[in-house]
Design a protein around this ligand. Structure first.
Ligand code: CMP
Length: 138
């Protein structure tokens, strides 16, 4: 059964001109792009999105970084979408990412790591609803 997940192409990858290449990897892996939009986000929007990390030492830097330039927000669909996207992305720290993964190819550091993907069912539901209205997901 098809499952939906949420993904962001982060400001580092957009800035470096990797948007098209990352989208190609996603489509090649069998994901349908249900919804997509490019926008710059405020620090406050980033803080709300990453609220589960608010006690982490990197929260300030992370939310600052996410508001440094345009990002690409997406809802993706396929069977096993959440786990399959995380596999396609590779490890959070690109130094540990497997060959062939998006982070291995395009990420520069643990913070500037090119792409985000939801880590579970509940997170995906929250993240999709945070950025997209129901009418954008038809
Ligand atoms: P993401 O999948 O978007 O979820 C949380 C983000 O926090 C993660 O990707 C990284 O970009 C960032 N992150 C996680 N751990 C660290 C860390 N130790 N230092 C800086 N940023 C981190």
């Amino acid at each position: 059964m098809a499952q939906r997940t949420f993904s962001i192409i982060k400001p580092d990858a957009v800035r470096k001109g990797h948007t098209g290449a990352v989208l190609a990897e996603i489509e090649k892996a069998g994901f349908q792009i249900v919804a997509i939009k490019k926008q710059s986000i405020s620090r406050a929007q980033a803080e709300g999105f990453y609220h589960v990390h608010k006690e982490r030492p990197f929260f300030g830097e992370l939310t600052q970084f996410m508001s440094t330039g345009p990002i690409v927000l997406m809802v993706l669909e396929k069977a096993n979408a959440i786990a399959d996207l995380r596999k396609l992305m590779g490890a959070t720290n690109p130094a540990n990412a497997e060959e062939g993964t998006i982070r291995k190819k395009f990420a520069g550091s643990i913070q500037e790591n090119a792409i985000h993907g939801s880590d579970g069912d509940e997170t995906a539901a929250f993240e999709i609803g945070y950025w997209f209205a129901g009418y954008e997901l038809i």
